[in-house]
Design a protein around this ligand. Structure first.
Ligand SMILES: [Zn+2]
Length: 421
């Protein structure tokens, strides 16, 4: 291994740079105090690493693990220019010169609103959604192209498709001090990323990596397999009984893939509420625009809020259309940390009550453990910072152990050629 050894910048280290508690002596006892917001910012500038949820600074933070979860590095400070990524919950921070938004999911944009008046850099789709859905003023939204070097405040940055929801981007920062920093945001690693010329041409010094699914021993299935599974079920159900109604859950951008695949397979449009219809119009694909409708009576396929995908909610929904349909087959996307595991998709058993059938389908937009391993082995970053939206103490420790092993093994992997175009 070279003198620049690969190291895991653990959540604890990141936390120490921004969220550690202060000690004070009160009444003869040493007690811990959370750092002030100013102190956090000062530390961030010193350390070169910014952390999410600085708004929490100054409040009592109950456990180191919870602090770690909150502070898990979702921001990057580049040289002396501070860039914050997905850190809108901190509000407008004086030391931050530019905000980046990786994708349009609530955990990433939380805190962003029409009153936010700092420059925001993101993909076109993400900017359109922020403008339309949150009312963020267009003047503050800077749409950056994919796979092209842009310059923001003297720092070169490249947006790379994150293979997550529509518009989701990874950020590759090339900072003036020579470091290269990759912030994956939520992503599902794929072989296509290894063919990305901008990513392939550089050795990454620090990789902030989405490790949401890393603790799962059972691999989430490929999205293509889930789509095939659901569309086959839907097609055969409709073929058996033309009076079959279909429903699919819609949580956020990304779930439209399931909805649109069902529409194509069954040969109908997907009816949905205006809010979701607007979102799909903004995604920029003709396929999405052509396959959706606001007319609930014009199609058997209905996209519903995930909260409505209960027996009670679906039974009520079916009753409204009882003149056209006898029973309802619903597909409920399951969040990644709820996927406790079936070995095969065919093992999934439906939940049935009277004339409503619900299939929970693990539609996961995060990298599986094997996908992350392949990505790390290919990327060969000098350090890793795991970032997970939801985790437990045990799973976080397990994840760090896995990443340390991968990093220590990097020296045994073949070196891929790098050049700086
Ligand atoms: Zn996401």
């Amino acid at each position: 291994m070279s003198s620049r050894q690969n190291v895991l910048a653990s959540g604890q280290n990141v936390l120490a740079s921004g969220g550690a508690t202060r000690r004070a002596r009160i009444g003869g006892k040493v007690v811990r105090r959370a750092p002030s917001r100013q102190e956090v910012e000062r530390r961030l500038l010193q350390s070169g690493i910014s952390v999410e949820r600085m708004a929490n600074a100054g409040k009592k933070l109950p456990t180191s693990m919870q602090r770690r979860k909150r502070d898990a590095a979702t921001s990057v400070a580049a040289n002396r220019t501070s860039f914050a990524v997905d850190a809108f919950s901190c509000g407008a921070v004086a030391s931050c010169s530019a905000h980046f938004l990786s994708h349009f999911h609530p955990h990433a944009y939380r805190g962003l609103s029409r009153s936010f008046d700092r420059p925001i850099y993101c993909s076109k789709v993400t900017a359109d959604l922020a403008n339309c859905k949150l009312g963020v003023q267009d003047a503050h939204l800077h749409r950056l192209p994919l796979n092209t070097v842009s310059v923001v405040n003297g720092v070169r940055v490249v947006l790379i498709d994150a293979n997550h929801c529509a518009g989701a981007s990874m950020f590759l920062f090339m900072v003036p001090d020579g470091r290269t920093i990759l912030y994956t945001g939520h992503f599902r690693a794929s072989a296509a990323m290894e063919r990305n010329l901008q990513l392939a041409a550089r050795r990454v010094d620090v990789c902030y990596m989405d490790t949401t699914c890393l603790p799962l021993e059972k691999e989430p299935p490929a999205r293509e397999d889930v789509l095939r599974f659901a569309t086959r079920l839907a097609s055969s159900a409709v073929a058996r009984n033309p009076r079959t109604m279909l429903a699919c859950g819609y949580r956020a951008p990304g779930d439209e893939k399931l909805c649109l695949a069902l529409a194509e397979a069954v040969g109908c449009r997907a009816a949905m509420a205006m809010e979701n219809y607007d979102t799909l119009q903004l995604l920029g694909t003709g396929r999405a625009r052509d396959l959706v409708t606001l007319d609930w009576h014009a199609t058997r396929l209905h996209a519903l809020a995930i909260t409505k995908l209960s027996f009670k909610g679906l039974s009520a929904h079916l009753r409204r259309f009882s003149a056209q349909y006898d029973y309802l087959l619903a597909f409920k996307p399951v969040a990644q940390w709820d996927f406790t595991g079936h070995s095969r998709l065919s093992d999934i058993q439906p939940h049935i009550s009277q004339n409503v059938i619900i299939y929970g389908v693990p539609f996961v937009d995060h990298s599986s453990r094997s996908e992350l391993k392949r990505f790390v082995q290919w990327l060969r970053p000098r350090s890793l910072v795991p970032v997970a939206t939801a985790t437990t103490r045990r799973s976080a420790a397990a994840s760090e152990g896995i990443l340390r092993k991968w990093l220590s093994d990097i020296g045994t992997f073949p070196v891929r050629p790098t050049s700086d175009p």
